[in-house]
Each structure stands twice: as C-alpha cells, then as structure tokens.
Design a protein around this ligand. Structure first.
Ligand code: PEP
Ligand code: MG
Length: 597
C-alpha cells in the first residue's frame, strides 16, 4: 500500500495514530479504499494475548501515553495465568474429547493412568502421566505429584483435586461429567464415545477445562521478560492489600516467594502428613483409642512437624507464616482397603477386626460438619500441644540461627470466643512450658479462621481473643449456602444457567450473601479490636473479582495458591485503583452490599 498509494498510506497511519492516542489503546481497525479515497469503517480495542497485553501496557507508559495506574488496568488479571504455565501450542491441531471445570491452569500432556500407585510407578520409569480419578483423596497425593495433570469426574472448584492441584501448580480439569471411568478395565469413556485406555496419550488445558485427544505440543511460559517485571513492580507500588500464599511444602513456599508472595497466609498442617512415611503415624494417632496411644503417635509426628515449620520459616525469612492447627475431616485419613487396614493393624499391634471397629466408631455421617477444626484440640488437647511445641521450638531454633520469625498460629472452624479461648489457652500454656524449658521466649500470635456464619456474626467477640482473622471462604461458602463444596458441580451448572448465582460461588465470592457476612465480620472485628489483621485464605483469595470485593472490606491480605500470587498482586492493584475514591464508610456498608454491575 505504501508503494502503490503513498498518500493514502500516510493518511491511514495518521488516522491510526489519532485513534490510538484518543483511545489510549491498540486499535483493531477496518478500512476500505474506494475511488482513491480512504474510508474508515470501524475500530475497536484490539484483542491480545497476555504477553502482548503486558508489552503494550509497559510500552504505552514509556511512550507517555498512559500513566502506571492506567497501564495496570490494561492487563486482565486472569490473563496473567497464561504467562505462568506452559500452554498448549495455539497453532497445534486439537480435538476436545470432553470438558469439565477449569480447576487448575496450564497444559499437561501424558499417558493415562487410573490410580495414584500407577502414576508414581510409571513416573519413576520416566513416563509422563495424566492421573484420571473419579475424585481424589489424601492418599492420591504422591500420584498427583508424579503426574503432569489430573482429571476428575466429580468435584467442584474447591474439591480436593482442585485445591491440591492448584497448590502444586499442576494443571487439573475437575468435575467432568462427560467422562465415565471404569477402574476395573482402566478405561475412560467420554460422552462423545471416545475410549481412553491405560497408557493412551492425552492432553488437558486446565485453564479452559478441556480434555484433548493425543499429545498436543506445548509452548513454555515466559515469566521473566523485562516487561513483566516492570509491570509487576508498578503493581506492588499501587496495591494496598498484601498477597501471601497458601503453602505447606518447601517447594510451594519457594515458588510462592519467587512469584512475589509476602509470606504464608495458610499452611494447612494436615497436608504435611500425606507423605507415605508419615501417614501411618497420622492414622495411628486418629485411630488410637486413648490419650496414651495418641500421645505415642504424636511424639513420632513431632520431629516431622518441627522440620516442616523450620523450612517454612527459613524460606519466608522475615515474612509472616500462618500455621493452621490440624483441620482434617477425619474420614480423609482413614484407610479404606483391607490391605491398608492390615498394614495399620500390624503397625499398631492391633487385629484387623479391631482396626475396622475403631474406624467404624469414628465413622461420621457428615464429616465436613463433624469432628474437625477446633473441635479436635478441644476434645484431644494433646494434638494441639504437639503442634504448638513443634511451632515454638522450630521458631526458636530458627531465631537462634539468625532467621527473623513471627509464627502466627491459627485456630480453624471456631464459632465462638469460648472455643477460641479454650484452644488459645492450650497454645499459651504449651508455649510457656517450652519457654521455661529453654529459658527464653519468642513472640508468636494466635488468630482464628472465620469459616462459619456464627463466627462472622460473633466476630466482635472472637476478635477480643485474636490477633488476626483468616477468612476461610471455602468453608464459609459451604456453610452459608448449606451446599457441599465437594458435590455441587452439576447443581451449580444448572443454578448458573438459571441465574441463581452469576458465577460459581466457590470460585468467586457470593458478594450479596457470603460477602455480606465477610464485610460485617471485618467491621465488627475492627470495632472491638482496631489492630486486628484481616485476611482471606479461601480459594477466593486468588480470584480477581473477589479480591476487588475484599478491597472494599478493608482486608489487609489475601492468600492463595503459589501460582495465583502474581494474579492476586495484579488484581489487588487494580482493586486499589478502582476503589481509591471510595469513602471510608463504604467499607462498613455491609447491610446493603452493592450489586455488582
Ligand atoms: C477454607 O475453608 O476456606 C480454608 C481455607 O480451609 P480449607 O480449604 O482447608 O477447609
Ligand atoms: Mg476450611
């Protein structure tokens, strides 16, 4: 065009510059040339990949077209995920054979396996595998670690598979109702009639919730480009909410730190016992029929716990580390098969029958609302004593080695000040005991999770005994909606289709319901304890729309899976820009939460 019609070309370039300066954004323009005249037909902001969005935002600041606040609004926080994980090659040929929930982003390619042991065995031989399960449980952790990706037929966005995979940065498609698994023949059949046998290659796109036929080529993520670093520096200057990570392994903690996390907002201690070496002692503790038996198993667990905490403190040197007391629905740890029960019986000097009886006695009709959270230390204080000792001793040893550490001990599933006080008393008494044994002291904090509507309603009272609150919005959503976080995939699809909820409330906070409780609890907490530090550590802590809402609650921090940390940093900065002119009283406006547009 430049050669054929140089004057028209110049005119087009002038118009392009004018439009770009006017809209302060890249323009997708349509034009035509008729009888030697240039006609502009229409223009719109151009679509772009995450890489392009970051580059454009940075270059437009450098050209003086945008300021930093405008620039950070140009990159979709959810888009950022694309920069952190490998992606399926956009140019590759793809056949989607089934879809499910986009539970954990990234592309994975591997050979189908149908149980965790096979995943580990195949991976040990150098095979890349995709683990396919109806749903996952703690026993599958080793297999999930060994897999490139995870697919489940059941479960929602906060099911075990989804939460654990996100934490590991492993791509996952959960709750795919279009697949049917037959463990006996080790096959998966899709609604479209595609049959995947053990060893067949398949791929998944965890950001789109797609399962694909064959080994689709992937492209590596570009996280270290100069532009990405520049943008994230501006993001950190602008945001007012701290971003921490949910992490309990050194690998995840280090990954979180590398992604810019400012501490750990939730270390789920029960995840520290998934390891094959430790789970037998964990089970022995759970199955013990008396305090003596529990103490014996706990004594074996103490050194593991201490080492776990020391490595978190070392990595997070100077940053806060929130350690949550054991919160397992007990059923998650119980052995299911006779072989596993027999192994446990041998270890505990019991008969198979005795183990079965004990497991039956512990059976709960509704374990999520059962013997978990703070109910464990209230009924079995020795568990909390062991964990407190491990935390305090680890912190002291780290402090001796010159590491700055302020452990924050968090009590789960409280609903009243009385419960928190009982557990706090166990923590304080144990800490005092360790201090007098060692002849020195360290500073630690005690806080509460807010995961029950009652806790939110009584937040002013709980805040009198707490130095911080961690809003466990996964459980708070489950208990407020009265809807199981593990079983709602199909129901929620229908609910969203009928407009009951705009988004999956387990992925993006239900502003008008659960959100109202959160905002009210923040307000009540600050009214009785103005210094209290407030954060969110449910999955919503990594969701941009939810972070925007938490900004209006005056939240101090959000905590999310390591791979969500950059997303949360950007979302927090965008929320700070959007709400910078909000009046202070808006954060108390919990009686009439504004409808999101
Ligand atoms: C929560 O309930 O939001 C939470 C963080 O705890 P968990 O997911 O471990 O129950
Ligand atoms: Mg919880």
């Amino acid at each position: 065009m430049e050669e054929l019609w140089p004057h028209l070309y110049k005119e087009l370039v002038d118009v392009r510059n004018k439009l770009e300066n006017h809209y302060k954004d890249m323009q997708d323009m349509e034009f035509t040339i008729e009888h030697g005249k240039l006609w502009m037909l229409q223009c719109r902001n151009g679509k772009r990949t995450a890489q392009a969005a970051v580059r454009m935002a940075v270059e437009m600041v450098e050209e003086g077209l945008l300021n930093k606040e405008e620039a950070i609004m140009r990159v979709g926080a959810d888009q950022l995920d694309q920069l952190l994980h490998p992606m399926l090659d956009p140019k590759a040929k793809k056949t989607v054979i089934a879809t499910g929930l986009p539970a954990s982003p990234g592309a994975a390619v591997g050979r189908a396996v149908f149980n965790a042991e096979d995943a580990e065995a195949w991976a040990a031989k150098g095979e890349k595998v995709i683990l396919i399960r109806s749903e996952t449980s703690p026993e599958d952790i080793g297999g999930m670690h060994a897999s490139q990706g995870v697919i489940t037929a059941r479960g929602g966005m906060t099911s075990h598979a989804a939460v654990v995979a996100r934490g590991m940065g492993t791509p996952c498609v959960s709750g795919s109702h279009e697949i049917h698994i037959d463990y006996a023949t080790k096959t998966m059949t899709t609604d479209k009639g595609v049959v995947i046998k053990e060893g067949d290659w398949l791929s998944l796109d965890g950001a789109k919730g797609q399962i694909l036929e064959g080994a689709v080529p992937t492209v590596k993520a570009d996280t270290n480009s100069g532009n990405f670093g520049k943008l994230m520096k501006w993001v950190d200057e602008i945001r007012t909410i701290e971003v921490r990570a949910n992490a309990e392994t050194p690998k995840d903690a280090q990954q979180a730190l590398d992604f810019g996390a400012q501490g750990i907002g939730l270390a789920r201690t029960e995840h520290m016992f998934f390891d094959a070496e430790r789970i037998p002692d964990m089970r022995a503790m759970i199955l013990a029929s008396d305090e003596k038996g529990r103490r014996a198993a706990l004594a074996r667990l103490l050194p593991y716990q201490k080492e776990d905490f020391k490595s978190l403190f070392k990595i997070m040197n100077g940053f806060p580390v929130v350690i949550r007391l054991l919160d397992p629905p007990l059923h998650e740890f119980l052995p299911h098969t006779d072989a596993e029960m027999q192994e446990l019986a041998n270890k505990m000097g019991m008969t198979l029958e005795q183990v079965k009886q004990r497991a039956n006695a512990l059976h709960e009709a509704n374990p999520m609302l059962g013997h978990r959270g703070c109910r464990l230390p209230i009924t079995y204080p020795e568990i909390c004593e062991m964990q407190t000792r491990a935390i305090i001793e680890a912190a002291m040893e780290c402090a001796d080695a010159g590491i700055k550490v302020v452990p924050e001990i968090e009590v789960p599933l409280t609903g009243s000040k009385k419960e928190l006080d009982i557990v706090k008393n166990i923590i304080d008494t144990t800490a005092e005991k360790v201090f007098s044994e060692k002849g020195k002291k360290i500073v630690y904090q005690v806080g509460s999770m807010i995961e029950l509507p009652r806790a939110a309603l009584k937040a002013d009272e709980l805040a009198q005994s707490a130095e911080f609150f961690g809003f466990g919005t996964n459980d708070l959503t489950q208990t407020t909606l009265g809807m199981s976080r593990d079983d709602t995939g199909a129901i929620l699809d229908e609910y969203r289709a009928r407009g009951v909820y705009v988004a999956d409330p387990f992925a993006s906070i239900d502003v008008e319901g659960v959100g109202m409780l959160v905002k009210m609890a923040c307000h009540k907490a600050r009214s009785s304890n103005p210094k209290i530090w407030l954060g969110v550590c449910g999955e919503h802590g990594g969701d941009p729309a939810s972070i925007d809402f938490f900004q209006t609650c005056g939240m101090n921090y959000v905590s999310c899976s390591p791979f969500r940390v950059p997303v949360a940093r950007l979302a927090a900065a965008q929320a700070a820009v959007r709400h910078k002119n909000d009046k202070a009283e808006d954060s108390n406006d919990f009686c009439c939460c504004k409808k999101s547009a």
